[in-house]
Design a protein around this ligand. Structure first.
Ligand code: TXA
Ligand code: MG
Length: 332
């Protein structure tokens, strides 16, 4: 694997050209986006996309998001482009929003896992945009991690998870949003939230009107409509448990053995005093900061050898929905 460090604000055109050449030759490039790092291939080349699935160890029933550099390019990959797509894309692209739309025949079936719709997004990261433009291709890219594992928010995370399965890794620093894009299905009469993200339901509804209510909402364990959303996902290697503040307060008494034997890791939210011998990572108290740093905190506790991670639940407020969603999946 070649690792090329690029300035995230103004990436070196030579490094971008090298990565674009790899994409054009059917190879794999890991690159930063504002959400998480992606593992990219030419979306129009089924053999290249198959390499993504192999590198991730990902089953073929999971569709892959296609990254493009503009709304016009996204539109060309669809059969039908409703007014809601124009409204949402104009407001939130480039940005952490994926729109699912009826696919054009040019989009190979392996990209959509045989579905008739394709997930499209214009990422808001100068490195991702420069790469897509230089390759002059739509770039299929799931998160650059092994199947079911934590998404990577730094180049080190990618290197450790995928190593030589990637041809080029563009190191553009830490991802700033930190959790995966919001996914909205626009194939039906009413837009439907498939995966919550930092672009919240309220932000979407302010632009596109009321969204459909369904089981993909971040409450309960109901089955999810979006493929790839059912199983344990976005998970650290350690077992993860969600606790209330009072459960965390009674920790020293109830978990003595765990502290000794499991290299217990804790992500507190409040300032509960914690016994010594525990790996503690304190995250920012606001939802944006917490989301940005969450995966890297979980990676850090995994790397410290923690077998069990206790997470104090952050506030039950709308702006925390996406964080709650990821924590619940990680604890599954
Ligand atoms: O932030 C992100 O979205 C990151 C960065 C790299 O862009 N990508 C990402 O991709 O998270 P991935 O492959 O790990 O997650 C893709 C998810 C699928 O599991 C599915 O839930 C949804 O996006 N999705 C993609 N295409 C879809 C489609 N055609 N129909 C329904 N859902 C789709
Ligand atoms: Mg993923």
């Amino acid at each position: 694997m070649r690792r090329l460090t690029v300035d995230p604000a103004s990436p070196d055109p030579v490094a971008i050209a090298a990565a674009a050449a790899v994409l054009r030759a059917g190879g794999l490039v890991a690159f930063p986006t504002e959400t998480v790092y992606g593992l990219g291939a030419d979306a129009l080349d089924p053999a290249a996309v198959r390499r993504i699935f192999e590198a991730k160890g990902r089953p073929a029933f999971n569709p892959v998001i296609v990254h493009v550099a503009s709304l016009e390019h996204a539109r060309r990959l669809t059969r039908r482009w409703p007014a809601s797509a124009t409204r949402l894309a104009s407001r939130f692209w480039p940005g952490p929003l994926t729109l699912v739309l009826p696919k054009d025949v040019s989009v190979p079936d392996i990209v959509t896992a045989g579905l008739d719709a394709v997930g499209l997004r214009v990422p808001a990261h100068p490195v991702a945009l420069a790469l897509i433009r230089a390759a002059d291709l739509p770039v299929a890219a799931p998160s650059a991690n092994r199947f079911t594992q934590l998404s990577p928010t730094s180049a080190d995370h990618v290197a450790r998870a995928l190593g030589d399965r990637v041809d080029i890794l563009l190191d553009g620093g830490n991802a700033q949003v930190g959790i995966e894009s919001t996914v909205v299905d626009l194939t039906g009469a009413v837009p439907r939230l498939l995966r919550p993200g930092m672009i919240s339901r309220a932000m979407l509804e302010a632009v596109a009107g009321p969204l459909a209510h369904d089981e993909a909402e971040p409450s309960g364990d109901a089955p999810r409509r979006s493929p790839g959303q059912v199983e344990r996902h976005y998970a650290p290697r350690a077992a993860l448990e969600l606790l209330t503040r009072s459960q965390l307060e009674s920790l020293p008494a109830s978990r003595e053995q765990a502290v000794r034997e499991e290299h217990l890791g804790v992500l507190p939210y409040s300032d509960v005093p914690l016994p010594p011998g525990i790996h503690v990572v304190r995250l920012p108290a606001d939802a944006d900061g917490y989301a940005r740093d969450l995966y890297s905190a979980l990676h850090q506790l995994d790397d410290a050898g923690c077998k069990r991670i206790l997470v104090e639940l952050p506030p039950d407020l709308p702006e925390w929905n996406a964080v709650h969603d990821r924590l619940r999946r990680a604890a599954h």
